[in-house]
Design a protein around this ligand. Structure first.
Ligand code: HEM
Length: 182
């Protein structure tokens, strides 16, 4: 059981960095579907940024499994503690699923999975129009689920910061005293 009151430095850096990257990806994704003229540069950004999220979430999950998070306040209603834990695992699942589905979508479309000029990833799905349609839909629907979960997560974080003022938000916002968990 973790006795520290704050997330470790790796967890905090990855949390805020990935929060910005994921929000950017949701808007880049919607932008490239909505605008034909902006689509080329947006999709050129979407692919490598998405794969960067995939690499970072591997590091993040490893850190999370090796370092237990600080405990939730003892007086938090059980349903809120359950919702917090469940939503965190949903977010982890989506951080893996979204880039993998995007990568598989481009593969099934038969397009090169270009990261930057001269560097491509191998396909991870066969070139198949039916599979492409299924993966493309799944990527779009899970993006909506991700957006909704991020909004719930943000609302809960602000509830802890401004209403309960119970230290849950500060656990991710800054390090603890004494430098132990930096
Ligand atoms: C965390 C990672 C990712 C997020 C949050 C994300 C988000 C989105 C969103 C919001 C859309 C628009 C969906 C719609 O309106 O139906 C989209 C579309 C798309 N994404 Fe991603 N994406 C991610 C990773 C990737 C990756 C890694 C690739 C490819 C390597 C990729 C390829 C695509 C493609 C091909 C489309 C469809 C574009 C179109 O049909 O016009 N995505 N993504």
């Amino acid at each position: 059981m973790n006795t520290s009151t704050h997330f470790n430095l790796t967890a905090r850096v990855l949390h805020w960095l990935m929060a910005a990257m994921i929000l950017a990806m949701l808007f880049i994704g919607v932008g490239m579907v909505a605008s034909i003229s902006q689509r080329p540069w947006l999709i050129d950004l979407h692919r490598p940024l998405g794969i960067a999220i995939l690499l970072l979430v591997i590091v993040r999950l490893g850190n999370r499994l090796r370092h237990a998070p600080p405990p939730l306040p003892a007086d938090l209603p059980a349903w809120q503690a359950f919702a917090a834990k469940a939503s965190h695992w949903v977010l982890y699942g989506l951080m893996f699923a979204m880039p993998l589905l995007g990568w598989a979508t481009v593969s099934a479309a038969g397009y090169p999975v270009t990261m930057f000029a001269g560097f491509q990833l191998p396909p991870i799905a066969p070139h198949d129009p039916t599979l492409y349609a299924w993966l493309r839909d799944a990527h779009g629907w899970l993006a909506r689920v991700l957006f909704a979960t991020v909004l719930l997560h943000l609302s809960a974080a602000l509830y802890h910061a401004w209403v309960r003022r119970d230290g849950v938000f500060q656990a991710m916002a800054r390090g603890g005293r004494g430098g132990g968990e930096a």
